[in-house]
Design a protein. Structure first.
Lengths: 189, 232
């Protein structure tokens, strides 16, 4: 991406894309790595599958570009489409989401340690394995919102826009998700 | 994590020859969702109005003639159909609203409360304009099954053996009585005496729709203790 394009805001690139589809390449390049990572974190079993899901999601985003609401962050809008496409892909193909990779487990632990009261002094490998099992054991709706919060590091407002839920519901899901995770983890609150 | 392969989205867009859906498509979609949410709320207003009519049009003081307790009379008279319909309409309004552009940001309880208040306000307005009885009576006429699903005042004023009778006055008889045709088309001779309560009306007229409390003297002869206008 050239410096001129890199300096442009998402909204500017969206406006340019609506005039000339070639401008979409800049938006794709800006977000594709993060979105692919997100699809894999949601549990897509293979990188090839994740690439396919990402491609379909980005096409869908292009088709619906006139629906983009300038009140939203463009990244939240894009994450919403990718999220829905991924979950839809899991349902259509009856895929059971695979568990998080080691580096994502570490990221999750670092971001959530104080809130989940994790003992990060303990053997990190063992902790990672326990986290992997715990995440796999909780309901999908809690897992998704915890991934958005502690791996993607999204704010409550961003999660609200991505999942199209009121902020109160997001807070409740995160709270219940943490409780479920703690229970699955075998930790005391 | 290694970088993903460069996705040739633009190339694929070009090969497929696709372009973004037009803005009016989304405006139309949002408009349709808003319309459905509003329609659900308006129908909710009708449900409220009709429920109020059914409850206020009721004769709550005659339950003992029907050998019922007050509780049983209340339970049998509640407008369940309209209450269930109102509940479904509220859920529909909530769903449609949540699908609009920013509707999802509102908590469920806020949307439902707003819908309830809007339906209540509209319902009260319809009652004030007299549409409550019009809707109920229109449905009674046009939908034969409607009368079986809601409380119908006609259903309690057809028990002459229990002291409750109703019908249209055919002819009057100088204050001594009148003839009446009941809801099933049977003719009655109604006897009035000095103690008969005419609800502070000096006269009764042919063509009036009335409800009577009293007792049967002979087949098709009814001694009236009170004669009330149907609408009171």
């Amino acid at each position: 991406m050239d410096q001129g394009t890199a300096a442009k805001t998402d909204q500017e690139l969206v406006r340019e894309t609506l005039q000339d589809p070639k401008a979409y390449a800049a938006l794709v390049e800006r977000y594709q790595a993060a979105l692919l990572r997100y699809i894999l974190r949601l549990g897509c079993p293979s990188r090839d599958d994740a690439q396919d899901v990402l491609q379909e999601a980005l096409l869908k985003a292009y088709l619906n570009l006139n629906d983009y609401d300038q009140d939203l962050k463009f990244s939240s809008w894009l994450y919403r489409i990718v999220h829905n496409e991924t979950i839809s892909h899991f349902r259509k193909n009856r895929i059971r989401p695979r568990t998080a990779e080691t580096e994502d487990q570490m990221l999750f632990m670092e971001n959530s340690a104080s809130e989940l009261d994790l003992n990060t002094e303990a053997d990190r490998r063992l902790l990672g394995e326990r986290l992997e099992r715990a995440l796999a054991g909780i309901e999908g709706k809690y897992r998704q919102v915890l991934i958005l919060r502690y791996m993607e590091q999204k704010s409550y407002e961003e999660i609200s826009d991505i999942l199209r839920l009121p902020m109160g519901s997001v807070a409740t899901l995160i709270s219940r998700g943490k409780q479920s995770l703690k229970k699955a983890f075998g930790q005391n609150i | 994590m290694t970088q993903p392969e460069k996705l040739d989205i633009v190339g694929r867009i070009s090969r497929l020859g696709i372009s973004p859906k037009p803005r009016w498509y989304f405006l139309l979609k949002d408009g349709a969702l808003w319309s459905l949410a509003i329609a659900a709320t308006v129908l909710g207003g009708l449900a409220v109005a009709t429920s109020i009519f059914i409850l206020t049009d009721h004769d709550w003081d005659v339950f003992h003639y029907l050998d019922r307790s007050l509780l049983m009379h209340v339970l049998m008279s509640l407008p369940y159909l309209w209450v269930i319909l109102l509940a479904l309409l509220l859920l529909l309004a909530r769903y449609n609203f949540s699908q609009t552009r920013h509707g999802y940001r509102r908590e469920t309880w806020q949307v439902i409360l707003a819908s309830i208040l809007a339906s209540l306000a509209l319902g009260l307005m319809l009652v004030a304009l007299g549409f409550d009885s019009k809707v109920h009576n229109l449905l009674l006429k046009q939908l034969p099954f409607y009368g079986r699903l809601v409380y119908n005042k006609d259903d309690i004023w057809i028990f002459p053996d229990k002291g409750l009778l109703s019908g249209f006055i055919i002819t009057t008889d100088d204050g001594r009585g009148f003839s009446l045709k009941d809801p099933v088309g049977a003719d009655w001779r109604i006897i009035l005496n000095d103690d008969t309560d005419l609800c502070q009306r000096p006269h009764i007229w042919p063509g009036e729709h009335v409800k009577l409390i009293g007792h049967v003297l002979q087949p098709h002869v009814f001694d009236a203790e009170s004669v009330r206008p149907w609408g009171e």
